[in-house]
Each structure stands twice: as C-alpha cells, then as structure tokens.
Design a protein around this ligand. Structure first.
Ligand code: AMP
Length: 211
C-alpha cells in the first residue's frame, strides 16, 4: 500500500500513520519529523527549515521535494509507505506524480478549525523518537515520558496559538487544493476525525477498505 495522509495540522495524521504503519507493516515518511530531526541535529537543512517552521510557514517546495525523493528511493519503500505531511502544495503533488511512483490511496482526515486549536494546545511529542501524544486523548501511560522509548514528552515549538493560526491558514490556502488534484485521479477518500481515537481509527480503516 502506497498511501498519502492529507489533513490539517492536528487532525491526527501522525497518530493514524503510526497505527496504519503497524497494521500494514510499512514505514511512515513524515516530512515534519524529518525536518524536526534536522533542526535537532543542527544540519544545514535544519538551519534553513527552522525559520519557516517557527512561523508556521511551509518550507520551500524544492527543499522538501528533494528530501522526500531521496527517501523514496530507499529499498524499504518498494513494499509500500505512508506519506504523512507530504505533499502539502500542488507543486509537491505534481513532483511526486513525476517520480512515476504509483500512489494507491490518498486519505483526507478532516476536522474543524476549532477542534484543531483545542487539540494542538494539548499535543505533546517524545523529544527522542517523535511518538505523538495528547494530554487528554492519547496520554502516555508513564505520565510525562514516552511509552515507547522513555524519552521526555515536550510541546512542539510550533504548537503555540499564533503559529497554529498561521498553519491553519496555510493549510486552507495551499494544501486543501491538493484534494481536488487527487479527486481527479479517483484516489481520494475522506475520513472524519472523531473525539475518540478508536472511532477515528475505525473511520480511517473503513475509508481505506481495510475492514
Ligand atoms: P507537521 O509536523 O507535518 O505538522 O509539519 C510541521 C512543519 O514542518 C510545517 O508547519 C512546515 O513548516 C514544515 N513542513 C512539513 N512538511 C512540509 C511540506 N511537505 N512542505 C513544506 N513544509 C513542510
């Protein structure tokens, strides 16, 4: 299965990607995680990405397309992958099409703007491995450390209210038009994010025809 997860920030793409990745035995490729890793490791890519990300803006297409193309050439991607957070612009979607890699499904995970703001304020992630959590909807069983690796749980720098509002605007202006791009290919399916994680997981499985 070669899958794209679309949706606004905080829709639950990362969490659903993690669940699908285990279920389908394929890796998640998250541009957000890759960029945050680069920032942590203070690489050239990280230095370039940081200012855009702090303001809730998109990192330039050519930069992101470059790192995704490189990742998709790796051997493990042949059996499938889940793209989380890419493509985010029509130009990125076109660049992906031009690689010739056939995508099976594009899942749009939809939630309202009010829900996004509420969710992002409670969102946490593991500082070490990036596993996503939420203080109410998906708490770690170990309090403020990660269930997977024991790393410290932190709030992302771009989950503050002003940046979140920018990210929502960027989503509506630049990313939402991609739905139409994939609608035309007949690959777009839609799932509505619910309050309960299990409910959303069911919706997603249903939309992908996995039940
Ligand atoms: P995410 O973790 O997917 O919410 O991404 C966090 C931030 O990383 C975004 O607000 C962007 O600044 C940047 N980013 C992630 N993926 C992309 C992408 N495909 N294109 C451009 N910027 C991206």
């Amino acid at each position: 299965m070669k899958l794209i997860l679309l949706g606004p920030p905080g829709a639950g793409k990362g969490t659903q990607a993690e669940i699908l990745s285990k279920r389908l035995g394929i890796d998640t490729i998250s541009t957000g995680v890759m960029l945050r890793t680069a920032i942590r490791e203070k690489t050239e890519l990280g230095k370039l990405a940081q200012s855009y990300m702090n303001e809730g803006k998109l990192v330039p297409d050519e930069v992101v397309v470059g790192i995704v193309k490189e990742r998709l050439q790796q051997e493990d991607c042949k059996k499938g992958f889940i793209l989380d957070g890419f493509p985010r612009t029509t130009a990125q979607a076109q660049a992906l099409t031009e690689t010739g890699i056939e995508i099976d499904k594009v899942l749009s995970l939809e939630v309202s703007d009010e829900t996004i703001i509420e969710r992002l304020s409670g969102r946490r992630e593991c500082k070490e491995c990036g596993t996503p959590y939420h203080v109410v909807y998906k708490p770690s069983s170990k309090g403020d450390v990660c269930d997977v690796c024991g790393g410290k749980l932190i709030q992302r720098a771009d989950d503050n209210e002003e940046t979140v509002r920018n990210r929502i605007k960027v989503y509506h202006d630049q990313t939402e038009p991609i739905k139409e791009y994939y609608q035309k290919t007949g690959k777009l399916v839609i799932a509505y994010g619910k309050e309960e994680l299990e409910e959303t997981t069911k919706e997603v499985a249903h939309a992908l025809g996995l039940e």
